[in-house]
Design a protein around this ligand. Structure first.
Ligand code: WT7
Length: 686
């Protein structure tokens, strides 16, 4: 891929009269290229165009050796890639490694006194904590000793973390990694019940939480959720041994929720008996799971994506170095939450594997005003900034002129999680990047461990609204619904898949290997008996178009998943929550466009016979969704309808509801079993 190649014709021009439904979604014209700034290219980690040759498909799989070489191994692997049991690929087989050692110990010689984690409390009155690599080493060791010696944790055990954005979260993850214990961090905004689902599925021995944390100016009682999680999980057959509670303010308990004697343990008290303790990192097989990360799918049950130690760490370290362009002297801030994959890969493991300084911010980006992120960046000297379109839209709306007030000096900025509108992209470059930064729009997923598509920042020109080509080593392909490959660069929409395996990919869905094969490989597998990886493209579940220049534009999910503020929510999860309200007979959720969050769920419910519609019922439904899943799933609106639009076979036509919600024409509804309902629903949702 050369950066001088011009697009022959735009995708917009290519749209012909036989446009499919997916193509209609392509409403952005192709944007003009913007070259990366020369000073960036001069200092970039990757400015050699040979990289594309080195990672061409005929160099697979040995090319990925270069990824693993970013790390320190106890024992070098024998087999780079083992395809003997497709699609359960194995990477760096025979190798032994420890993720914590690579993120902490190995940096001590050169960077002992360097900040590893800048913890920024939400309140501006509270001092920032700068945790050096030495301090991180001490704290991780002491906590690992506590987990091993008091609770008997050992390699392969699972532990659920329900921690907010505080330094103790990466410390806990790294302590687990040091022991080979598999951590499963649940986003702190998720409810206690959602936490229980993940405890049950992973059969975790412990729950590690915090008493309280700050969000939007309030000290939130978080321990309360641990009690709900414990009780719910116990009621459904799995009892956690202990609940470990970190204190937000050491030596003070900040939650109004009582501790349960014998079960709950204040970590900060117990840690006092582990002062000065050191734990040898456990030399784990490269293939050992490092963590589970749950994500939404088409059915109600979240999927526990199982990520490996060697392959995952190699993948995030390499991409952090060459796509994020992190140098050891950089101050890097990824404003995601560690409770999502972005935070695991690109706040904790990737940057720390490189010895960078990584910022962890506790609170809301726009708290107390839209200047907050820029003050943090200015005060810490952040020069690499990474966030989502949702955050950029919110900051732009509430303070378009704010960035101008600060001396921001970003050399590199990332957008991730959802498609970004070119207009928002341009504000990001001009106002936040002061026209001096390079921007990468990285497209990937919980399952993929790290980036799939992105421009290589010093080698490709940027194109607002497009993610870019596959990164080195990733070879995307677009299929139509019948499994035919679309011609490269044809500008037509289809289902984007990846031709080849890569080390960062998840290994399986925890305890559901059949679901793993079915969801990601069954549809486009060319021969289920084949041991050749070429027959097993990975299906991402996204629609996309490839323009003539090889840049991809992502159109969104093709499955029953709604992307809210860059996070996936399964329609089934939301609908099942609504059905917990006894008055509700049926529920259907659809995505509606939102200026800030991209998409938000809107919920339609019909009631059981004899129950009169009432605002109070709608409120109960909304509250139930929040209690079951978390505030992120709160419906924009709950519309009570007399009946759902249905096919003759009784299937709810969500597509018709989605059109009504977006005030668009639902098209021909004459084939419905109850076409008259469409006008009634339109009236109810004006
Ligand atoms: C889905 C994955 C990537 C980690 C955070 C979300 C959408 C992600 C982009 C992008 C357009 C994007 C896709 C993908 N998505 N990045 N740069 N442009 N869409 O992880 O919760 O697993 O969601 O987010 O639809 O499938 P996730």
């Amino acid at each position: 891929m050369s950066r001088d190649k011009s697009p022959r014709h735009s995708a917009a021009e290519q749209q012909s009269s036989d446009a499919t439904e997916a193509q209609i979604a392509v409403h952005w014209p192709e944007e003009a290229y913007i070259p990366p700034p020369a000073p960036f290219i001069a200092h970039a980690n990757l400015a050699d165009p040979d990289v594309f040759e080195r990672f061409s498909l005929d160099r697979f799989p040995e090319c990925f050796k270069e990824f693993a070489d970013v790390l320190d191994w106890y024992k070098y692997w024998e087999t780079t890639f083992d395809a003997s049991n497709p699609p359960f690929w194995r990477w760096f087989v025979g190798g032994r490694i420890n993720a914590c050692y690579n993120c902490v110990d190995r940096h001590l010689a050169a960077y002992r006194n360097k900040t590893a984690i800048h913890f920024v409390p939400e309140s501006e009155d509270e001092a920032v904590q700068h945790v050096t690599y030495q301090e991180l080493y001490v704290r991780v060791n002491e906590f690992a000793a506590l987990l091993r010696d008091t609770f008997g944790l050992k390699a392969g055990d699972r532990v659920t973390l329900h921690l907010p954005m505080v330094a103790e979260l990466p410390i806990t993850m790294l302590a687990c990694a040091r022991l080979g214990v598999i951590h499963s961090q649940v986003f702190s905004g998720f409810s206690g019940v959602a936490c229980a689902d993940r405890i049950l599925d992973s059969e975790s021995r412990l729950l590690i939480t915090m008493d309280a944390y700050w969000r939007g100016g309030k000290l939130i009682d978080h321990k309360e959720k641990a009690d709900i999680a414990y009780t719910e999980a116990a009621g459904r057959g799995h009892t956690i041994e202990n609940v470990l509670v970190w204190q937000r303010y050491p030596s003070r308990y900040s939650s109004p929720t009582a501790l349960v004697e014998g079960r709950d343990v204040i970590v900060n008290d117990l840690l006092k008996t582990f002062r000065g303790k050191r734990v040898d990192p456990v030399q784990m097989p490269a293939e050992a799971p490092l963590f589970l990360m749950y994500t939404s799918g088409t059915t109600g049950r979240p999927k526990g994506c199982q990520h490996s130690t060697g392959g995952f760490l190699a993948y995030v370290a390499w991409t952090s170095k060459y796509i994020q362009d992190i140098h050891p002297e950089d101050v890097y801030w990824c404003m995601a939450d560690i409770g999502w994959i972005t935070g695991h890969s690109y706040i904790v493991y990737g940057p720390l594997a490189l010895g960078a300084s990584s910022v962890v911010y506790e609170g809301v980006p726009t708290w107390p005003d839209a200047g907050r992120p820029w003050r943090i960046a200015e005060n810490l000297g952040v020069n690499i900034f990474h966030t989502s379109p949702t955050a950029i839209r919110a900051l732009r709306r509430s303070g378009p002129d704010e960035p101008a007030k600060y001396n921001l000096r970003f050399k590199h900025m990332t957008t991730v999680g959802e498609p970004i509108e070119p207009e928002v992209w341009k504000w990001y470059l001009e106002s936040v990047g002061k026209n001096k930064a390079v921007i990468v729009d990285t497209w990937w997923q919980t399952e993929t461990g790290g980036f799939l598509c992105s421009t290589v920042p010093a080698l490709h020109r940027m194109k607002p609204g497009s993610t870019g080509p596959g990164i080195p080593g990733i070879h995307p392909v677009i299929y139509d619904d019948n499994g035919n490959e679309l011609e490269r660069g044809c500008g037509k929409a289809g289902n984007i898949c990846i031709r080849n395996p890569w080390p960062g990919a998840f290994q399986t869905i925890w305890k559901a290997p059949e679901r793993y094969v079915k969801t990601y490989y069954a549809r486009y597998c060319k021969d289920t008996k084949s041991k050749d990886w070429r027959d097993w493209p990975y299906m991402t579940g996204d629609g996309a178009v490839e323009a003539a220049d090889g840049y991809f534009r992502i159109l969104g999910r093709i499955d029953d998943v709604i992307n809210v503020a860059g996070h996936r929510l399964g329609t089934k999860e939301i609908e099942s929550a609504a059905l917990l309200v006894p008055d509700v007979a049926e529920a259907a959720v659809v995505p509606v466009a939102d200026e800030i969050k991209g998409k938000v769920p809107e919920l339609y419910v019909s009631l059981k016979p004899g129950i009169e519609p009432a605002a109070e019922i709608a409120k109960r439904v909304s509250d139930q969704v929040v209690a079951r899943i978390g505030a992120i799933a709160r419906p924009h609106q709950v519309v009570i309808v007399p009946d759902m639009p249905k096919t003759r076979s009784g299937k709810i036509m969500r597509r018709v509801l989605a059109a009504i919600s977006s005030h668009q024409d639902p098209g021909d509804v004459s084939t419905l079993a109850n076409p008259e309902i469409v006008d009634t629903i339109k009236e109810l949702n004006k």
